[in-house]
Design a protein around this ligand. Structure first.
Ligand code: G1P
Length: 298
């Protein structure tokens, strides 16, 4: 069976971006001119996903509006002959999107459980909005290609600095069955560096078999008192094989302020409208900052 459905959990409170996210969904924060969630939706479409469910929560209405037609705006742009802007606005409406609200945010595992009826008895992917991925073949497509070979759940991982293991789900890699594909021994959510079985961290793309739902239904809260997807995957791994695929492309973590800033700069440096001005600005800024360096004593 081919993978056709994706689930994007977007019910988090976005506390790392307060006060900006007090009344606005963090998924709508733009990288230059595109909301972060649009990058995720585009990755899904490029991978051949046909249906997407976004699990939303409080203050998430703008996400629904963003992917809906805005007739008034479209008419206005048409009248003014702004065809390039019109194309950008219409680009977001041609997607098979579904929404469900998670009324009580009880953790990532609980958010994914809300997708049970949508997914049914098929394999599916989960895509987290904090990580933007760039590679020749989209990461979600890479996991789908693995599935064609293994017919098993496959989780994307990447090496992280050892001191950062407590920010991620970490795998105990087990046997490397082919280059970069591990038959995982077990999964641990946010272990301290001294307890981490490796430096291979889960990075927000999962291909899962539907048996995960029965497990999530019974899942007790884990790290941080939340129902953790990682714990459910560890249980799944006891009854069927679960693989991890090491990602070697570029990952931008837009879930924290520093990652958000650097991603904005990088994206800006490829953006046709502003790339030249931005480059000049950065060069100038570099010179000014250099000029402010204390002079070395002779
Ligand atoms: C979640 C997962 C974690 C994963 C991370 C990737 O954590 O629980 O296993 O490594 O996403 O971004 P969160 O960042 O929501 O705390």
């Amino acid at each position: 069976m081919h993978v056709k459905k994706a689930v994007i959990p977007a019910a988090g409170l976005g506390t790392r971006f307060l006060p900006a996210t007090k009344a606005m969904a963090k998924e709508m924060l733009p990288i230059v001119d595109k909301p972060t969630i649009q990058f995720i939706v585009e990755e899904a479409l490029k991978s051949g996903i046909e249906d997407i469910l976004i699990v939303t929560g409080k203050a998430k209405r703008p996400i629904e509006d963003h992917f809906d037609a805005n007739i008034e705006l479209e008419m206005n742009l048409k009248e003014k002959g702004k065809t390039d802007l019109l194309a950008l606005v219409e680009e977001t409406t041609d997607v098979n999107l579904h929404f469900i609200r998670q009324s009580h945010p009880r953790g990532l595992g609980h958010a994914v459980l809300q997708a049970r009826a949508f997914v049914g008895n098929e394999p599916f992917v989960v895509m987290l909005g904090d990580d933007l991925m760039d590679d020749k073949v989209p990461l979600t497509k890479q996991l789908m290609n693995d599935y064609e070979k293994t017919h098993a759940s496959t989780i994307a991982v990447m090496r992280v600095p050892h001191e950062d293991t407590s920010k991620y789900g970490i795998i105990n890699p087990g046997e490397e069955v082919e280059k970069g594909l591990f038959n995982v021994k077990n999964f641990v959510e946010k272990p301290k560096p001294e307890e981490a079985p490796s430096d291979l961290a889960i990075i927000g793309r999962y291909l899962l078999t539907p048996e995960i739902f029965d497990i999530l239904d019974d899942q007790k809260p884990g790290a941080g008192g939340e129902i953790q997807l990682t714990d459910a995957i560890d249980t799944l791994n006891k009854t069927q094989r679960v693989f991890a695929q090491e990602f070697t492309g570029t990952r931008s973590d837009v879930g924290d302020k520093f990652g958000f800033m650097t991603t904005s700069i990088q994206y800006g440096l490829t953006h046709p409208e502003i790339k030249d001005k931005l480059k000049d600005y950065i060069i100038q800024l570099g010179k000014e900052l250099d000029g402010n360096k204390p002079k070395k004593a002779k």
